[in-house]
Design a protein around this ligand. Structure first.
Ligand SMILES: O=C(O)[C@H](O)C(=O)CO
Ligand SMILES: [Mg+2]
Length: 262
């Protein structure tokens, strides 16, 4: 089985956020990811990780005005200074949390704008982010996200993400391959794992049941089959990453983890 990381932004809603580290450790997780650490002191988060024997394997760069509906600003012309300040803040947290990868959310295509017009800004921002992150040994990840969950999101498909990596042209820029989004947008998930994982350009997986985004054993995707594919291809290409459990538990989180005990 792959190595699973608990997404503390979605799992354990029964607990306050800072108590979720201990809850995940009690359920046997050795790693966590979450959206945004920024409302917490980095040292407090590092203490939760240390006290519970957990690795921080991913978090997101600042997304812009999340409450106002923004989902990243990397594709938005005129926001470059804010973007750079956000990446520098994220890297300060990554240093304290010893987190090796940051998900840089692309942002929404503004009404009346064409996605293609935003591509140069997006590529320039990700090139800059990768360059500064490389100095700290941190990878920057880009994630295709479906437009049912996030209408107008800039990046939706795996092939587009890998094309953009070619333009960003940074060894530490990789794709965050969320299999939930991949199934919603494209399907043919197993073959896309076989196509992209051996390239070395997949930095992280995430999973959730489709279509409800509950546990992976609730819905149309045969995750045991996909876990075997990830294990098989990882063994062939030496991939040693993590699979983030980015789903909304249908009931109590711990009881819902039966899918992990295969
Ligand atoms: O929603 C997702 O799948 C992303 O992983 C995220 O970081 C939040 O939108
Ligand atoms: Mg995701």
């Amino acid at each position: 089985m792959p190595r699973f990381a608990a997404n503390l932004s979605m799992l354990y809603p029964e607990h306050a956020f800072l108590d979720r580290f201990a809850a995940a450790a009690r359920d046997g997780f050795k790693a966590v990811e979450y959206l945004f650490p920024y409302e917490h002191d980095a040292k407090e988060l590092a203490a939760r990780l240390r006290d519970n024997g957990l690795e921080q394997v991913l978090f997101n760069g600042p997304p812009g005005d999340w409450a106002g509906g923004e989902r990243g600003i990397a594709c938005l012309p005129g926001r470059e200074d804010e973007f750079r300040a956000g990446i520098e803040q994220a890297l300060r947290y990554a240093d304290v949390l010893r987190c090796p990868r940051i998900h840089v959310m692309a942002g929404l295509v503004p009404e009346g704008r064409d996605r293609a017009d935003l591509r140069p800004t997006y590529v320039a921002n990700l090139r800059w982010a990768a360059k500064v992150a490389a100095s700290l040994g941190v990878n920057v990840l880009i994630e295709p996200i479906n437009t049912r969950d996030i209408p107008r999101f800039f990046l939706n498909r795996q092939d587009h993400a890998h094309e953009l990596l070619g333009e960003i042209a940074a060894l530490n820029a990789q794709v965050q391959m969320d299999l939930y989004h991949c199934q919603v947008v494209e399907g043919d998930v197993a073959m896309k794992i076989r196509q992209y994982l051996p390239t070395g350009h997949v930095g992280h997986f995430q999973i959730a049941g489709v279509p409800q985004r509950h546990e992976p054993d609730v819905g149309e995707v045969n995750y045991p089959y996909l876990f075997d594919v990830i294990d098989e291809v990882s063994a062939q290409c030496g991939w040693e990453g993590w699979v983030g459990c980015e789903y909304r538990p249908a009931g109590a989180t711990s009881e819902g983890l039966r899918w992990m005990k295969r």
